[in-house]
Design a protein around this ligand. Structure first.
Ligand SMILES: O=c1ccn([C@@H]2O[C@H](COP(=O)(O)O)[C@@H](O)[C@H]2O)c(=O)[nH]1
Length: 262
């Protein structure tokens, strides 16, 4: 059986709709919901490793309800920013009420940030350093630091299947990657990349995530076999048809991708 990647949340740091905003995308998100987006998170459903979520933003509870999920045993964290970890206390409470222990993998620096911010989490969640790489079922997993522009740094994860050789990566929050940061993104079957806006016009020094224009340029360089753009702001309107290469698409809530096809 093949593992599946499910997009539980596909939004940027504010989600869609933005609470203060009456633009057409936010209005559509409120009315019909094509553009309604929780903060970005994915679920790996692997025949050997079980359910593993990547990132745990403040929409965690509603995301789980929407997806019809009752529990997540394991979590991978990309960085310690609110939109990626704000749901950890709720997950920890769910662990506590069920008398189960959650396991969260993260780079040591992220573990330190998270446990400083939420010191009680270690009672119910076991934090495991991801720095040296680790194994999840058949996947060899590595994490590395990526530039996050104005907001410092984040991490990306690469997964290589030991038997099939199939490889994919999750890099939701990055911009202006250096050559060394790009290197682990080479030769992928699938790249999931954060792109908040189509073309973000605020000064570069204030930006923290690739826009679609930059991401398409990066794809021309990295040449993954397929790519999915996530971490989408209210600038992206999924009721529209965008001109994207055939192998590239925007993520939508509930999208499932088989990790091993093709
Ligand atoms: O030190 C920080 C800086 C920012 N945050 C939160 O992270 C996101 C930033 O959004 P991006 O657009 O993905 O860069 C936002 O929710 C900030 O509140 C943080 O937690 N810590």
């Amino acid at each position: 059986m093949t593992a599946t990647l499910r997009f539980l949340g596909t939004g940027d740091a504010m989600g869609v709709p933005r609470v203060y905003c009456d633009c057409a995308v936010c209005t559509e998100a409120r009315a019909t919901g094509v553009n309604r987006r929780f903060r970005s998170a994915v679920l790996i459903d692997d025949p050997e490793a079980g359910h593993i979520m990547i990132d745990c933003g403040p929409d965690w509870g509603r995301m789980m309800e929407t997806a019809g999920l009752r529990f997540a045993e394991r979590m991978l964290l990309t960085h310690g920013h609110y939109d990626h970890i704000g749901g950890l206390p709720e997950w920890a409470d769910a662990c506590r009420w069920q008398e189960r222990r959650g396991v969260a993998y993260a780079p040591e620096v992220t573990i330190a940030e998270v446990t400083a911010r939420f010191p009680w989490l270690s009672r119910t969640i076991e934090f495991r350093p991801a720095d040296g790489g680790f194994r999840l079922g058949g996947w060899n997993v590595r994490a590395w630091r990526v530039n996050h522009g104005h907001n410092g740094y984040a991490h990306a994860y690469r997964f290589d299947h030991a038997e099939t050789g199939w490889s994919w990566a999750y890099c939701p929050d990055a911009i202006g990657l250096s050559e060394a940061e790009k290197a682990p993104l080479a030769g992928l079957d699938l790249l999931v990349l954060g792109t908040s806006f189509w073309h973000e016009t605020i000064p570069y020094e204030r930006r923290s995530v690739h826009d679609v224009v930059e991401a398409l340029e990066l794809l021309r360089e990295l040449k993954p076999r397929a790519a999915v753009f996530t971490h989408l702001s209210h600038d992206i309107d999924l009721t529209r048809r965008y001109e994207l290469p055939e192998s590239v698409r925007f993520a939508e809530t509930g999208l499932r991708i088989r990790l091993g096809d093709g």
